[in-house]
Design a protein. Structure first.
Length: 278
């Protein structure tokens, strides 16, 4: 839904988008492009969380001489920035394939686009591997990283609004005197952080989605700035908030589960390590 609302045409609001997708593509339309992100989400998340936590420990070691010391706000912010930069290298190709698969049945108007050989509305890619191979053959490595600047501008502030609010909110709702937050506190704090993060990065998420969708049948945008200018000139400021409701709603449960899984996994590994090496 988020991709259709941000980069598609004629979907209107969220409810209309849901009904249109269901009417035209049935239930399978809601799961297009899912396999590639599903297969890579474990690697992507482990890299992002690993980079964040290790950078944070390095900074606290550098500042306080103890990696286990409580990190400062500056440490968390800098670690978030580093995680955001690293995430783009892994996340851009995954996002590109997902969006191309989701948007390949979206009609384009000939007045606004230079069409490629495939007719608008007809499938171009047979699946994620075929999509990736086709982009590599036609556009090379730069094609795989189309939209990477927009994704960088999305993820760097987005991860700052992800990790920092999580730590602050988790600390706030944890009962005074507790050594560590309980699972419910982690779940709520993670959900709030996810909703806040997606609210912050939705404007650049719109630009990224449009850049990556552009190229299935058309080549409308020359780059990030051109995409922003064209979008604003054609649809006004409101275009940058397309999909905001969907992003914030989905951000809560997905991030709540992500942080809960991360924290519980860390506790389990630390417990196993202490039992193995008493």
């Amino acid at each position: 839904l988020q991709t259709r609302l941000q980069a598609g045409q004629g979907y209107g609001n969220t409810l209309k988008c849901v009904l249109t997708v269901y009417r035209n593509e049935s239930l399978t339309g809601f799961f297009k492009g899912m396999s590639f992100p599903l297969a890579s989400i474990g690697i992507y998340s482990s890299v992002v969380f690993g980079v964040f936590s290790n950078t944070q420990r390095f900074l606290t070691q550098l500042r306080h001489g103890d990696p286990a010391a409580a990190p400062s706000l500056a440490d968390m912010t800098l670690a978030s920035l580093v995680a955001g930069v690293i995430s783009v290298g892994i996340g851009t190709p995954v996002e590109l394939v997902k969006i191309r698969l989701q948007m390949q049945t979206q009609p384009y108007t000939k007045a606004n686009a230079k069409l490629n050989s495939s007719a608008p509305g007809s499938p171009v890619y047979r699946g994620p591997i075929h999509c990736l191979r086709t982009i590599l053959q036609k556009e090379g490595i730069p094609g795989i990283y189309r939209g990477n600047v927009a994704m960088l501008l999305r993820d760097v502030p987005g991860y700052c609004a992800y990790f920092v609010p999580y730590a602050m909110f988790c600390d706030w709702i944890t009962p005074h005197g507790s050594i560590a937050p309980n699972p419910f506190s982690i779940w709520v704090a993670g959900g709030v952080a996810g909703a806040v993060s997606w609210a912050v990065c939705t404007p650049m998420d719109v630009v990224k989605s449009r850049l990556q969708a552009d190229g299935v049948y058309s080549n409308q945008y020359k780059g990030t700035i051109d995409c922003m200018l064209q979008s604003y000139q054609n649809e006004g400021l409101k275009v940058f908030f397309r999909g905001l409701l969907v992003n914030t709603i989905r951000g809560f449960p997905s991030s709540a589960a992500m942080f809960l899984g991360y924290e519980l996994s860390l506790k389990a590994m630390k417990r196993c390590q202490s039992e193995t090496n008493p």
